[in-house]
Design a binder for this molecule. Structure first.
Ligand SMILES: *Cc1c(COP(=O)(O)O)cnc(C)c1O
Length: 505
């Protein structure tokens, strides 16, 4: 008899299902309390070295008790998050998530669907959510789209389709099939994922022309027009204009109507990166400025940022459903659809994007939109914008604070500027100030450089924030700034201690 037949068989389910139930109840109890009290915790806590050392240990070969694993999680992982679920978190552009969204991820984890192929409910939910995303953007119903991990992949997916539309046989011949260098255009304030997209689609970063911005950080339309003509005269092939609906630095919205018109005149693709800003379309005051989204050939946006849903989920929509499909559909025998049975059902989603295996990310979108209803999201986004304007007003009232750009949406850039210091000193001062704001747990804004000036940057996509949290951040900024000035006067804090330069690889 072969040894394999006599060996006892094994599996990965718990030996005792009661244990997993007990632990599950404990986790839910603990996590609901954790969320309920999140505002009482410090927004960010440095990670002690001995905790970091835990993460250098090699892979375990022997089993551990599930209760002990959970204890370790509570001790070494849970206390040291980035803080983006906290009401005082404003770094980068990060979403907050919701309790029900977390449950949806748990449920999706239990079902563990591979939401790609087969006659299964997940594919119908996914399809419905893509249709809801079209409704959110008032996008043509006969368009198509796909849920992806986030804005970066959504933008890359958009540019792949743009490239494959201009080069009919791009799938086989690549960019070499074009009669010149394919060239795309965007503002200098565009997110770096579009640079990655240019790399991925094979045109290279050099052929993604970064057009200067005006004083409102919006693309200079005249400069764009003349660049396109200049490039055409040089034998380049303009194929895509990328508009920003909310830039990452300042929340600027490019003049999308004008960009759309140029794209139509030039007969080229118009893509919009609306990672967070596209969602302002749900707010009446912003509908006009974002109207062009409805006409764009493709639009990318995130649901994990300004729709407050759990990571990861983003979306890209395409006006031309056939073009979307043509860029990704492939015929392979192991994925063929059958008339009946499990292999029947909707077309494999792998025909619409780069990924084959994909999780059931649509479930949290579906549950969240049902829980709150779209009107609540509109009101929530409007509130975040109001809070940003409020913050801008409060900053302007403070003699020692300087608003660095006018507030236009949900991003506020400011610095501590007590007077008498030059920009280099102010840069160092504000960089130190930001690190102390984090270390003291005052709040968690991030930073950027605006025309070489270091700015404390507040991006508000936080449904837990209230005005008092912003007040506390302002008070904390001034207190720390004043303390730093005292240290400076006592020669304890030297401005040459920190250098602030443009980011380098
Ligand atoms: C965040 C962001 C992206 C990238 O989206 P991810 O979901 O982080 O991949 C792209 N563009 C803008 C304007 C963003 O703010």
């Amino acid at each position: 008899m072969k040894e394999t037949i006599t060996k006892p068989e094994i599996g990965l389910d718990p030996a005792d299902w009661n244990d997993i139930k007990t632990l599950g109840h404990q986790i839910i109890d603990d996590m609901v309390d954790y969320l309920k009290n999140i505002g009482e915790t410090k927004v960010w806590t440095p990670i002690p070295q001995q905790v970091k050392d835990e993460f250098k240990k090699p892979v375990p070969h022997q089993p551990s008790d599930i209760f002990e694993i959970y204890e370790e999680f509570k001790q070494n992982i849970l206390p040291y998050p980035a803080g983006n679920i906290h009401p005082k978190y404003f770094s980068w552009v990060q979403g907050t998530g919701t309790p029900m969204g977390a449950f949806a991820d748990l449920l999706a984890g239990v079902m563990n669907n591979n939401a790609t192929i087969g006659e299964q409910s997940a594919l119908y939910v996914d399809k419905q959510v893509v249709n809801w995303c079209k409704e959110l953007m008032n996008y043509p119903a006969d368009g198509n789209g796909i849920l992806v991990s986030g804005g970066s992949i959504a933008n890359i997916t958009g540019l792949i389709v743009a490239r494959n539309t201009i080069i009919q046989n791009a799938k086989n011949a690549g960019v070499y099939a074009a009669n010149g260098k394919l060239t795309a255009y965007c503002s200098a304030e565009t997110h770096n994922c579009l640079g990655k997209a240019a790399e991925v689609i094979g045109i290279g970063n050099e052929q993604l022309k970064k057009i200067p911005v005006n004083e409102r950080y919006e693309i200079d339309v005249e400069a764009l027009k003349s660049k396109i003509q200049e490039d055409k005269a040089n034998g380049y092939i303009p194929f895509c204009i990328i508009g920003n609906a909310g830039t990452v630095n300042t929340g600027a919205i490019d003049p999308l109507d004008e960009l759309l018109q140029i794209a139509r005149d030039e007969k080229i693709w118009f893509h919009i990166d609306g990672a967070f800003g596209a969602l302002a379309k749900l707010v009446p005051e912003y509908q006009k400025r974002l109207k062009a989204i409805e006409e764009a050939d493709s639009v990318a946006f995130d649901l994990h940022k300004w729709m407050y849903m759990q990571y990861e989920v983003g979306c890209v929509l395409f006006k031309n459903a056939a073009a979307h499909r043509a860029a990704f559909a492939t015929a392979v025998n192991y994925l063929t659809a059958h008339e009946r049975g499990l292999a029947a059902g909707p077309e494999t989603i792998s025909n619409y994007g780069m990924e084959l295996s994909r999780g059931f990310k649509s479930l949290k979108v579906w549950m969240s939109l049902k829980e709150h209803g779209l009107d609540k999201y509109s009101a929530m986004i409007a509130q975040n914008i109001d809070q940003a304007f409020y913050l801008g007003e409060q900053i302007e009232k403070q003699g020692s604070l300087e608003l660095m750009t006018p507030v236009t949406m949900n991003i506020v850039c400011y610095r501590y500027n007590p007077g008498g210091l030059d920009d280099i000193q102010l840069n160092a001062l504000n960089k130190e100030l930001l690190m102390r704001i984090h270390e003291l747990g005052v709040a968690a804004p991030s930073s950027t450089l605006l025309n070489g000036k270091y700015a404390i940057r507040v991006a508000n996509t936080n449904h837990r924030t209230r005005r008092n949290h912003l007040d506390e951040m302002i008070a904390g900024t001034i207190d720390i700034g004043d303390a730093l000035m005292k240290e400076h006067e006592a020669s304890q804090f030297k401005f040459d201690f920190l250098t602030v330069v443009n980011a380098k690889i």
